[in-house]
Design a protein around this ligand. Structure first.
Ligand code: PLP
Length: 432
């Protein structure tokens, strides 16, 4: 039998069949466990083959450090970034270059900058500073990106979960909460190929998000638009995302939407260029804060990136997709083959991004992560996709297929699906 040797929902099986399967899966897991393997499905980073797509970055400077506007990129200054790097940001983000700051190697760093500026100096050069509020709360669609949650915790901000639906965050809930509570100051969004759910926000959700600052009780509410996977399609045509910039212009909230992107998963994850885009006042106030930290970003790296990528981002991302598509296809194939008919798990089939989100029977995520670890497979800690590491249903597991080779991925998925089947069978046996 395929589909995990039962071919029908596990919950429908007689006790004795379930016991037999439990024994068979336990034996199978023992056989594949511990063969000195160091399998890992937790690393949401590009594999070596992907990094090699960008080795030509090195050759772009060739002694010529002068940018298009005559800036000597080797020297200090240029806090907004060089012109052609901002053009690159425009190509990735779909926002006019004039509204973009090109910075150092990390967009996460820029998110930190935005939160700390909002708290202390304020984003608009007036008396609206989050520190004036006794409590600062942020809406967090869940499951979501763990580092957004860590940033909030770092700054002492409380997180208020809202459900992530197929088309994006539950906007009715978001609007009700924000309208009722002036201490709610922001909402996190990963609008395209979200981490970890892989979904892309619908046009209606984008419009509702652009209008959210108008509906919020706080007059210093912002939408944190982390478009980390803006151009990271696995298939063509990929998902399309409406422009929050255009929607915000219509809603007159352009100074309340802050967008982020980077080349971390386009070129080198540790040596790329980060971008932040917003209204002029916000950029000015971010600069005021940033200028205390640095005299300017690494403009040589910006120049390298612009020369390597400008005008050919889509072509370059198509080469990434060629490498990644078989990996995501393998994950989908093994999940379907092993868990497809058992009614013990649901998972996403993203058209882009870096993750597959796997939901188990409630109460099993921690157990499966522990079992996998004991069998030689590292998974992202259970709960990491929720604020404070607490998944209320203990059911979400994030799968990152990008980093390992196909054989490693196959081995890892075999262990993962065995652990899921085994834990589910044991739970059902205990309940029957
Ligand atoms: C949603 C999201 N935002 C930001 C980042 C990190 O971006 P950067 O490398 O630009 O700091 C990641 C990395 O996994 C991510 O998934």
């Amino acid at each position: 039998m395929t589909a995990g040797e039962s071919g029908q929902p596990l919950a429908n099986l007689p006790h004795s069949d379930l016991q037999a399967l439990e024994r068979a899966w336990s034996d199978a897991l023992e056989k594949v466990s511990g063969a000195n393997q160091q399998l890992d499905l937790s690393r949401g980073k590009p594999g070596a083959e992907q990094l090699s797509l960008s080795v030509a970055l090195e050759a772009t400077i060739a002694g010529n450090y002068i940018s298009a506007d005559g800036t000597d990129t080797r020297n200090y200054g240029g806090l907004m970034g060089i012109t052609e790097a901002r053009d690159l940001g425009a190509e990735i983000m779909g926002v006019p270059a004039a509204e973009i700051m090109a910075a150092g190697n990390s967009s996460l760093n820029l998110m930190h900058l935005v939160l700390s500026t909002a708290l202390t100096l304020g984003l608009w050069g007036d008396d609206r500073k989050w520190r004036n509020s006794e409590t600062v709360k942020v809406l967090t669609p869940v499951p979501g990106y763990d580092r957004h949650f860590v940033l909030c915790q770092h700054f002492g901000m409380e997180m208020v979960n809202i459900p992530m639906l197929e088309n994006g965050p539950d906007m009715q809930r978001a609007a009700e909460l924000a309208a009722a509570d002036p201490s709610i100051k922001a909402i996190w969004c990963v609008p395209k190929y979200a981490n970890p759910t892989g979904n892309t926000y619908s046009d209606d959700v984008v419009t509702a998000l652009a209008e959210l600052p108008n509906r919020a009780a706080a007059n210093d509410f912002i939408v944190l638009w982390d478009n980390a996977y803006a151009v990271h399609h696995l298939e063509q045509p990929g998902d399309t995302l409406a422009s929050i910039r255009d929607a915000a212009t219509t809603a007159a909230t352009d100074e309340h939407v802050v967008q982020f992107a980077s080349t971390s998963k386009i070129t080198f994850a540790g040596a790329g260029v980060g971008f932040v885009a917003s209204g002029a006042k916000v950029l000015q106030n971010l600069m005021a804060h940033l200028s205390v930290q640095t005299v300017g970003p690494d403009k040589v790296n910006q120049l390298r990136h612009a020369r390597f990528l400008n005008g050919r981002v889509a072509e370059h991302m198509a080469a990434h997709a060629e490498i990644l598509r078989p990996k995501f296809a393998l994950v989908e194939e093994i999940l379907t083959e092993q868990l497809g008919d058992l009614a013990i798990a649901e998972w996403t089939q993203p058209k882009g991004g870096y993750f597959v989100s796997l939901d188990l029977l409630p109460g099993l995520a921690k157990q499966v992560v522990t079992m996998a670890k004991e069998s030689g497979l590292a998974l992202t800690p259970a709960g990491a996709t929720f604020p404070y590491g607490f998944d209320p249903d203990d059911r979400n597991v994030r799968i990152a297929p990008t980093f390992g080779s196909l054989p490693e991925l196959a081995g890892a998925m075999e262990i993962l699906t065995l652990c899921v089947k085994l834990a589910s069978a044991r739970q059902l046996l205990a309940q029957s």
